[in-house]
Write a protein that binds this ligand. Structure first.
Ligand code: 6GU
Length: 252
């Protein structure tokens, strides 16, 4: 996949491509990236790329000229052009999967208050938000979007690693343990040492259900649960109810 990032702060983005799993994906040739500073298309001695908003208001807006020249130089029209912004559609695992299937993606990093709407209308195919909070820079959001999608491309990470992780099947991930067996008086759940494959699978499945119910009950209504998993969920709910009842009674 070819990734192009248009930014005024290349130094914020570059390190991501130089470390860890992304570094390996680049070395393997799975990811090709280029980072373009669109200030290079700005004019005047100050190479101005932003200006005050028409109609008044706080902050600065990225001017249409330099960014659209940069976009034309890479023939962005017809390509999937992503603009990470808090006003975009929410990034989900399914959204990341759809982006991971593209051969090429272009990212525009906004800064300050935003990007002139005419540039969005002309070039942007996807306005994406990474959550209901505001970041000061589009660069960090761009890295989040890229991180969520590139790991799903074949060959980047082992496919088994993707199977049980959070959001696969619409559930959160089960807890993981490694050596030592005892750490600060706590030991690893015994079932994981039994070598009994089906018991371990069952325990992990229960843990995923319980974790999802505790931290993200909103996910359960869309999760694709089997009859057996629904029954397990009921029994976990029952146990929770009994624990809750015991706690209430102990306070009386
Ligand atoms: Cl994509 N950008 C910024 N600046 N803030 C955000 C965001 C994006 N998503 C949530 N907050």
């Amino acid at each position: 996949m070819k990734i192009t990032i248009l930014t005024l702060f290349p130094e914020m983005v570059e390190p991501f491509f130089l470390s860890s799993i992304m570094k390996r994906a680049v070395e393997k040739g799975i990811i090709e990236y280029r980072i373009i500073n669109f200030r290079d298309w700005a004019e005047g001695v100050h190479a101005k790329a932003d200006d005050i908003p028409y109609g008044g208001g706080a902050g600065m807006v990225i001017m249409p000229g330099p960014i659209s020249k940069a976009l034309d130089s890479i023939e962005a029209k017809g390509k999937r052009v992503v603009f990470p912004t808090p006003s975009g559609k929410l990034l989900t695992e399914d959204y990341a999967i759809s982006l991971s299937k593209e051969d090429e993606l272009v990212f525009i990093c906004g800064h300050y208050e935003g990007l002139d709407q005419r540039v969005i209308d002309e070039y942007v195919t996807d306005e994406i938000s990474i959550g209901d909070y505001v970041l000061s820079s589009g660069e960090t959001a761009t890295i989040v979007v890229i991180d969520a999608l590139y790991r799903l491309i074949d060959g980047v990470i082992a496919s088994e690693s993707l199977e049980d992780e959070s959001f696969s099947k619409g559930l959160l991930e089960y807890p993981q343990y490694t050596r030592p067996y005892r750490y600060c008086t706590k030991s690893v759940p015994d079932v994981l040492l039994t070598g009994h494959h089906s018991h371990i699978t069952q325990w992990r499945c229960d843990q995923r259900l319980a974790k999802t119910m505790q931290n993200r009950p909103d996910l359960l209504s869309d999760a694709s649960l089997s009859i057996e998993e629904r029954k397990r969920l009921l029994s976990i709910l029952d146990q929770d109810k009994r624990t809750c009842q015991r706690w209430i009674l102990s306070e009386l």
